[in-house]
Design a protein around this ligand. Structure first.
Ligand code: LR7
Ligand code: MN
Length: 567
């Protein structure tokens, strides 16, 4: 009896394995051209959207299974008009022996091999396919800025948009060529119906390029994309629907991962939102657990403190009303924080829509040059965001990114007056209501007054640090009397208390903070403030005169400093 059962199980197992192999073989038969794939798609004669996924094995890495969605429908090939894809792509081929990663920081050979379009897996939650959208959604201008993008990735971005969006929603695809070496990369694509090409006369960076695109857009809704994306099934409708219902919403898709090595299309986690640390470094993070528990429906939007920045949909009038972008930001970086803070603080909201999916080639380095250098540009841009939007919290940015201190960031007068004109909420409101999970660093959190016998240490613009009458403005202190004791620094924004020379009687002054500078190193010792390198102590000498360092005399009144935490 037992043997019969064992035999039956063995036979069933073998049959199951053979069946699986047969299925894979069937689905893996060589596909000829993309046109051939379309014919096959048509041959299935299935209801749109009802086609089951086909299983494919990745052609290079055979361990990666790819479930591919229905190939684009054949009639969509007509969308390309007089554009000759073959000629466009073959004009720029990788030469034998060239490093396929050199020019674009991704495997160009693999991207070129895929050509102008391919089927990708529908990565949405299955419930997304059951949702419906208004029939009268407004149309959008797709804005894609690029600088020396590879032709194959750029073309796939454009074609995936044309093929996977309802045509009535695409008013135009606006390419902003940010002064790429070859103007034809862009110009030739303008032969595709609906595609327009604008070329910058000099390198502007993605921020000013996007503003140029937005200004020239003719549709009421703006959709921004990076130049190496592939949009997925029904990506656009959920985003336009949310913006149509409330024009102050700024919405992003879930951003799937296109491998920079083999170009496999991989589903990203649906439980992530955008966050950052105090150095203004963007990161993906888990949705807070309470929110996750409360999500009964995986198709619902996810509130996000910041967006990644490259892929989002926004009402054009709202974009203009809120001040577009800070056009004094250069090349790349920081604009996503500036936009995110502005949207939240000035009356809008940011969300990620799980039923919208767009693939993006994530890279490990920038394949292009930064005329002012990568680090300086990022500092300039993030400093502008911090100075305009982060109020007193900007001190945490400076603590986390000390190299930002003293670096040029240009004038922010216009952006400050924009903030005033729009009557935006303080950053404290953002911290409390939008991003309470962002912890304020403990050590640096405390601002103190440094009291001495009823007087306070104050930094005067003309005289430098002096002892003066303690003052308060409403419930809080003037910033000239607020000090942060972040060992070894005693700081006020980006200025720090420093001695002039290492001898007794040396006047104390303020200078740009640098934790490595010996003249700025202090340490509380009992009731005094010890200058660590000279071994001298902070001394007020006379009640109103300049503050100096002198031989330490513990408990002598002129050397007793009481830090008292204030708001
Ligand atoms: O000088 C330039 N001019 C440009 O037109 C430099 C870049 N660009 C173009 C570039 O060709 C590309 O299309 O701008 C786009 C973005 O540049 P990437 O792809 O080098 O940037 P990224 O993907 O590393 O950067 C993310 O953060 C940027 C911060 O400024 C932008 O907001 C990008 O749009 C953004 N990309 C995304 O959000 C996609 C998801 C990645 C993540 C996280
Ligand atoms: Mn990108």
């Amino acid at each position: 009896m037992r043997r019969i059962r064992a035999n039956a199980i063995a036979i069933l197992t073998v049959a199951w394995i053979l069946g699986t192999f047969y299925y894979l073989w069937q689905d893996n038969k060589p596909q000829s051209t993309p046109e051939g794939a379309w014919q096959r798609g048509r041959g299935h004669a299935q209801k749109p959207g009802a086609a089951p996924g086909r299983l494919e094995i990745h052609p290079i890495d055979g361990t990666i299974p790819l479930i591919v969605s229905q190939p684009p429908r054949p009639e969509q090939s007509q969308l390309l008009g007089g554009f000759n894809e073959k000629v466009y792509l073959s004009a720029k081929q990788l030469k034998a022996g060239d490093d396929p990663y050199r020019e674009h920081a991704f495997n160009l050979q693999e991207s070129d091999r895929l050509g102008g379009e391919r089927a990708i897996r529908d990565t949405r939650h299955y419930r997304c396919a059951t949702l419906s959208y208004d029939a009268d959604l407004p149309s959008t201008t797709i804005i894609i800025t690029f600088h020396n993008e590879a032709r194959s990735t750029l073309l796939r971005t454009v074609k995936s948009v044309l093929m996977r969006s309802p045509p009535s929603l695409i008013q135009e695809v606006l390419l902003i060529d940010d002064f790429s070496s070859d103007p034809e990369d862009c110009q030739l694509l303008a032969q595709i119906p609906k595609v327009r090409c604008l070329r910058n006369g000099r390198r502007e960076g993605l921020i000013r390029s996007r503003v140029r695109g937005a200004t020239s857009a003719s549709a009421p809704i703006l959709t921004f994309l990076d130049s190496h994306c592939e949009v997925n099934t029904d990506w656009l409708q959920p985003m336009i629907q949310r913006v149509k219902e409330d024009h102050t919403r700024v919405v992003s898709p879930i951003i799937d991962v296109i491998s920079l090595d083999n170009f496999a299309y991989l589903a990203a986690s649906a439980d992530l939102r955008g966050g950052f640390d105090w150095s203004l470094h963007f990161k993906w993070e888990q949705i807070p657990i309470e929110q996750k528990m409360a999500r009964s429906d995986p198709t619902l939007p996810i509130r996000t403190p910041v967006i990644a920045g490259g892929i989002f949909v926004m009402d054009k009038s709202w974009f203009n009303h809120l001040g577009q972008y800070d056009t004094h930001m250069d090349i790349w970086g920081g604009e996503n924080f500036e936009l995110s803070f502005r949207v939240w603080m000035c009356g809008g909201s940011l969300e990620i829509l799980p039923c919208s999916r767009v693939g993006h080639v994530f890279r490990k380095r920038h394949p292009y040059d930064f005329p002012e250098g990568n680090a300086l540009t990022y500092i300039k841009n993030t400093r502008r965001a911090a100075e305009v939007w982060m109020d007193e919290y900007k001190q945490f940015y400076y603590s986390a990114r000390p190299s930002a201190q003293g670096k040029a960031f240009g004038s922010i007068t216009e952006r400050l007056s924009l903030r005033r004109k729009l009557n935006c909420k303080p950053f404290r409101w953002y911290m409390e209501n939008v991003y309470p999970e962002l912890r304020v660093p403990e050590q640096a959190a405390m601002s103190s007054v440094l009291r001495q016998a009823g007087l306070c240490l104050e930094n005067r613009r003309t005289d430098g640090p002096v002892l003066a009458e303690c003052r308060s403005i409403g419930a809080s202190r003037p910033s000239s009397q607020k000090w942060e004791l972040v060992e070894p620094l005693i700081r006020q924004q980006d200025l720090c208390l420093a001695i002039s020379t290492f001898s007794a009687g040396s006047k104390v002054k303020m200078e740009l903070c640098n934790a490595k500078e010996p003249r700025q190193k202090w340490k509380p010792k009992g009731t005094s403030l010890l200058h660590m390198v000279s071994g001298l102590c902070l001394d007020s000498q006379t009640p109103t005169g300049p503050v100096v360092v002198a031989q330490c005399r513990p408990l002598v009144a002129s050397q007793v400093w009481e830090p008292q935490v204030v708001t």
